[in-house]
Design a protein around this ligand. Structure first.
Ligand code: PAP
Length: 338
C-alpha cells in the first residue's frame, strides 16, 4: 500500500491560498531554504512535497528553483530543455547535445559513448548560479541546460531575452507508470503502489505536478511564441525520430545541410541516442548520477522500457480512461491533446 497522503494542518484547498502573498513569512525577506520550510507539505511520494504557486516540489528542488530565479544570469543564446520528470528528459538531452555539437564530435568517439546524457546537459537548478555549483557560468555559448521548472517560475529574463526552450511532454499514463517505477527503484525504502500513485497523480499531486498545468504553461507559450518555444511529445519522437531531429536542428538554429541529409546524419543521431544504444553502454549501466549536493541515483534508473503504451501493463483500462478524462477536461479549449 502507498503511504496515505498526510495533509499539513495549514494546507488549504485553494491553490492560490498558500502562495507567498498569504504566507506569514514573506518570500523576499528570508533565504529560500527558510521560506520553503514555511510552505504546505504533503506526504505520499518517496519524500514529502511542498506546494508553491500551485505546483508540488521536493523541498530542495524548490529551494534551487528560487535561487536560480533570483541569481541566474541568462544569455540570449542559452537553450533550455524543459520537461516534467519521466517525460523523456534523458533522451532529449542526448538528442539536443548531439545535434548542437555535431560539428565538434564524430559519431565514433562521441561523448555519449562515455558519458551519461544526464551529465552532458546539466540541470540548471542543480548547477545554476546561486547554488553551490556555479561552474555553468564559465561554459561557452551557446549553453545547453535542462530543467523541470514550470515556465512561470523560470528566471523572467529568459523570456525577455528570447532564450530558446524545447519542451517535451508525454502521455500522462506512461509518465505516471515511469514515475512509479523510478520512485521505487531510485529511492531506497520506497514501496509505492499503482493505486496510491494513481490517485495522487489524478489529484494533481506529483513532483512538479499538476501534470496538466505544467504542460499547459509551455503549450500556451509555444503557441504565442513559436520561434522561442518548441513543443514536442515523446510519442512523436518515437514514431518519426529522424523527422524530429531535423525539426530540432532547425529550431535550435543549426539546420541539417543538404549534404548532411544525403549522408543520413539524422538517422545517425537517432541511432546514437536510441534506447538500445544508450542502454548497451557501460556508462549507462553502472555508476551514478548526482542528485543534489549529497545524493546520487543509479545511472541505470533513467532507463526502463522506453516504450509507448506500457501503462496498459500496469493499470486497468478504467484507470486509463479516468486519467484520460481528467486530463482532457483540464486541457479543454487549449488545443493540446494527448
Ligand atoms: P528524468 O525526468 O528523471 O530525467 P526521464 O529521462 O524524463 O527521467 O524519463 C525516463 C523515461 O524515459 C523512462 O521511461 P520508461 O520508464 O517508460 O521506460 C526511460 O526508459 C525513457 N528513456 C530514457 N532514455 C530513452 C531513450 N533514449 N529513448 C526512449 N526512451 C528513453
Amino acid at each position: 500500500m502507498a503511504a496515505q497522503p498526510v495533509v499539513a494542518p495549514f494546507m488549504m484547498n485553494d491553490p492560490e491560498s498558500n502562495t507567498s502573498e498569504s504566507s506569514t513569512t514573506r518570500e523576499e525577506d528570508v533565504l529560500p531554504k527558510d521560506f520553503v520550510a514555511t510552505l504546505p507539505a504533503r506526504e505520499g511520494w518517496s519524500e514529502p512535497l511542498v506546494q508553491y504557486h500551485n505546483y508540488w516540489f521536493r523541498p530542495w528542488h524548490l529551494e534551487r528553483i528560487l535561487l536560480v530565479k533570483q541569481a541566474f544570469v541568462p544569455r540570449a543564446d542559452d537553450i533550455i530543455l524543459a520537461t516534467q520528470p519521466k517525460c523523456g528528459t534523458t533522451w532529449l538531452k542526448a538528442l539536443a547535445f548531439t545535434i548542437t555539437n555535431r560539428s565538434r564530435y564524430g559519431f565514433s568517439d562521441h561523448p555519449l559513448l562515455t558519458h551519461h546524457p544526464q551529465h552532458l546537459v546539466p540541470f540548471i537548478q542543480i548547477r545554476g548560479a546561486g547554488t553551490s555549483h556555479t561552474d555553468i557560468e564559465s561554459l561557452e555559448s551557446p549553453r545547453l541546460f535542462a530543467t523541470h521548472t514550470p515556465m512561470s517560475l523560470l528566471p523572467p529574463d529568459m523570456r525577455s531575452l528570447g532564450c530558446r526552450v524545447v519542451y517535451l511532454c508525454r502521455d500522462p499514463k506512461d509518465t505516471l507508470v515511469s514515475r512509479l517505477h523510478f520512485e521505487n527503484k531510485a529511492f531506497p525504502g520506497t514501496n509505492l503502489s499503482m493505486d496510491g500513485a494513481f490517485s495522487m497523480f489524478c489529484e494533481g499531486f506529483s513532483p512538479y505536478g499538476p501534470f496538466w498545468d505544467h504542460c499547459l504553461e509551455y503549450w500556451r507559450e509555444s503557441v504565442a511564441r513559436p520561434d522561442s518555444v518548441l513543443f514536442l511529445k515523446y510519442e512523436e519522437i518515437k514514431s518519426d525520430p529522424a523527422q524530429v531531429v531535423k525539426k530540432l536542428a532547425k529550431f535550435l538554429g543549426v539546420p541539417l545541410t543538404e549534404e548532411e541529409v544525403s549522408f543520413g546524419v539524422a538517422r545517425e543521431v537517432v541511432r546514437l541516442c536510441s534506447f538500445e544504444t544508450l542502454t548497451s553502454l557501460q556508462v549507462n549501466q553502472v555508476g551514478s548520477v548526482r542528485h543534489g549536493d549529497s545524493g546520487s541515483i543509479g545511472s541505470s534508473a533513467f532507463y526502463r522500457k522506453g516504450e509507448v503504451g506500457d501503462w496498459a501493463n500496469h493499470m486497468s483500462q478504467e484507470m486509463g480512461d479516468k486519467l484520460d478524462r481528467i486530463v482532457q477536461l483540464k486541457l479543454e479549449g487549449s488545443g493540446l491533446k494527448f
